[in-house]
Design a protein around this ligand. Sequence first.
Ligand SMILES: Cc1cc2nc3c(=O)[nH]c(=O)nc-3n(C[C@H](O)[C@H](O)[C@H](O)COP(=O)(O)OP(=O)(O)OC[C@H]3O[C@@H](n4cnc5c(N)ncnc54)[C@H](O)[C@@H]3O)c2cc1C
Length: 685
Amino acid sequence: MSSPHSTLTSQLVFSLKRTRKASLTAIYDLNDIGRPSDKRIGGNAVICGGSIAGLLTARVCADHFSKVIIVDPEAWLVTEEGMRDHHRQQGSDYMASRKRSRVPQYTSMHLYQPFSLMALRKLFPNFDRELEGCGFLDSGDPGLRISGIPVLFPTGIPQTIWMTRPAYETLLRRLVLSTCSNVEFITGSVTSLQPASTSWESVAYVSFRTASDAETLQVPAALVVDCTGPARGGLRWFQDTEVEKRACAPGSLPFSELKVSYDPKMFYTTFEFKILPAMKDKLGYLVDFQSPSNLFACFPNIGKGNKMFNIALRDNDHLQILCGAWDVHQKICTVSDIRDHMSDIVTDRPLPSWIFQLLDILETNDVHASYSHLRVPASAYVRYHRFVNLPSNFIAIGDSVLFLNPINAQGCSKACVEAVSLDALLRKCPSGMSLPSNFGRDFFACQEKRTGRLWESAKKDDYGWQTTSPSKGETLAHGKLSRAVGKWIIELMQNDEASARVMWLVDGWLEPPTELESPVILLKPRPFAFTEMPTKRGRSNSPQSNPRTVYVVLKRSSAYGPRGDEHEVSCESVHTTLAAANKAAKFVFEIDEDEDVAEEDGWTSWEDLDGTRVQTDSEGKVRVIQVFDTQGEDLAWVEKKTIDEGDETEESEDDEEEDDMEERQAKRLKAGGNSSNSVIDLTED
Ligand SMILES: Cc1cc2nc3c(=O)[nH]c(=O)nc-3n(C[C@H](O)[C@H](O)[C@H](O)COP(=O)(O)OP(=O)(O)OC[C@H]3O[C@@H](n4cnc5c(N)ncnc54)[C@H](O)[C@@H]3O)c2cc1C
């Protein structure tokens, strides 16, 4: 039985954790969202910008204000085309059309985090039904690799949405305008704000130029929300006004210093291949067209390599390939360019051969692709939370506040967290004609805690690339320690399921980032990192003998070479848990369900392990087998090893041989083949 003392302590810890989670995430605010408030605020909520942030904000405000007005310059957004993504059904080349003139990433690959789905289901009770035909829900492994090594994806991570950006944005617009009768969309470009009094305590009117540019009109505003994205309307609207000129109050930044920026110099090219039925048959053995999801993503570890890619099936017949790069100006226009891009990627484990087979098939069959190439603008943060003299009814949501390097796919979910936070704050307001005088300040303080923290973490990662132009007054050394911790967390995610789970939940906006900094994670015993193995030489630094159990994934490749049947046993990866090793072993080969492998050496017959057919033995060892008709038999299996970190580690090949190996591996990769890693002598006990 636990003592009253320990019960009290655990209650206290639980309550502290809950308070922290309530402050750093919007997860508890989801309880109330979507319910019309019974105390309406009189007047208009004017939303400047009708993209992702503007639409979510409008939906939230519709529950609290008498009227919501969205102002956006692009007139086509409220035509049928702006509310239903017809392009792909019609087979038109929408990437080339550059339809969304102010949102250049409209045609870039987009991914969304689980928080968005949770919020959208509450905001639109018919969301799942409306999604049919334009998007999918999935909670499967997105196939993320860092430096070629899989990041574990534990079961039970909540579902997320898989759809293109045009499909996502048009669906949101259709849902907002069809379900909220008090939301109106006006075509126009917001040009200025007018104060209620000369002291600018609040904004009274929003001025906008009409679509024809013929006249400037005004709408009265009880709340003004800047959702203009990287145009950052707010900064311009307050320029040369009393707000900018005001003497700096203690603790406030001068207006001119609100915006900070740095440039990771990212380039993004998204290809979209239309896969016709005949082509599906050809690709069917590589891609499961019945389950659209992310197929494979390969990112470099922080600062290690400057290229990444992602392959995703966006719906039953559209395959997207994203090629991203840090400061690489070369344009990627053909499948051959994609192949070169992927072959250049620095990995600790070769890329699987199916990726290159996929490219070969797309290329030889001349599958139609459209692509968009984008130089991503510099990352920027407008620190409204540090400016004390803003009008009380002005706030900003989405990229107008924080624009990040998109590689972490957070922008749309970040806007969603902010809109949900706004809902919670509005629910606390007394009913009446105006918002309380501390409204804007409270909103920006909450926003800084929940989403603003991404600025520092993304920046510290980006500073790991020597090509990044740092923020004014900083050098790339900034955040060195944090990058070291980041690399450590990545290693954990590749080896430890519990840590990987925390990472996915934090990334999905379901847990606070402080969970990743908890001692439970940071004090985990160091996993035996595969990445270090090839370079481990000589005597370990540790004077102590330190025996540890690891699970090694081994692979035996066989071939009929000039000297007859040749075998090569290579170490694929090393793990601290059997579960992680089993999972990694499954990646080594794809299983042909029809293949019949004889029982031998005590291995039992086929068993189903997490949906993959494998063989197991009496000790729980697992092996994944593929039989080639003409090339003998290739095997991958897991072996338990006890290693002594304090002992002398066997020297692997000498430098020359290792270089040779790398060169051969690179050549094989370039040629589109699979290759094995350098052989590490762990096979002998
Ligand atoms: C290459 C790239 C890839 C990305 N990938 C992902 C991803 O995978 N996942 C993800 O979640 N996020 C991703 N993002 C980020 C995501 O696209 C943005 O976070 C998202 O579009 C932000 O929406 P927003 O409404 O804040 O701004 P925007 O989408 O930029 O929209 C701004 C709106 O304001 C309007 N506007 C501009 N000026 C005015 C004015 N004066 N008056 C009125 N309206 C005005 C514009 O017409 C536009 O409609 C990516 C970004 C880039 C650049």
